[in-house]
Write a new protein. Structure first.
Length: 160
């Protein structure tokens, strides 16, 4: 009887392991092939574009709406973020979910942010063309906001 029990247990174990190995895994229909080392070695050089080239490419086109990100695109805001990170969570990024951080960043510490010259030039080019310029941010909304709009407007020389 004992041999029968052991044999049946071994068969049951083998069948259960086989079933686990045959589990269906969902695979997407299209899987990115990625790139090879050869393809990486044959990349084309970067073509930097100046504001003057952008302006020339827009000649004859009707005014348009353009949108630009603020933080670390037009605005070098890393110093403010770094300052807050040191105060609220020096060892991780949990400060980004802290409402007190956003209140300070949006109302006080944006004064540590600096406009980038290319941002000033690009915004001025679009304003001169009659384009509508929008600024986009992923910042968390706060009850008050005294710095962001003011400093972006002043820093990028946008008329009131």
């Amino acid at each position: 009887m004992r041999k029968v029990t052991l044999t049946l247990s071994a068969i049951a174990l083998a069948l259960s392991l086989n079933g686990a190995a045959m589990a269906k895994v969902h695979m997407p229909e299209v899987v990115s092939q990625g790139v090879t080392v050869t393809e990486l070695a044959h990349q084309q050089p970067i073509k930097w574009v100046s504001v003057a080239e952008i302006e020339k490419s827009l000649e004859g086109q009707a005014p348009m709406a353009v949108g630009f990100d603020i933080d670390d695109t037009f605005w070098f805001s890393s110093p403010g973020f770094y300052r807050v990170k040191l105060e609220y969570s020096p060892n991780d990024f949990s400060y980004l979910k802290n409402p007190e951080f956003w209140e300070k960043m949006n109302n006080e510490w944006d004064k540590f942010s600096m406009p980038k010259q290319v941002g000033i030039d690009l915004v001025q080019m679009h304003l001169k063309r009659g384009d509508t310029v929008y600024f986009i941010t992923g910042r968390t909304q706060t009850k008050t906001e005294t710095c962001v709009t003011k400093y972006v407007q002043e820093g990028l020389n946008i008329p009131a």
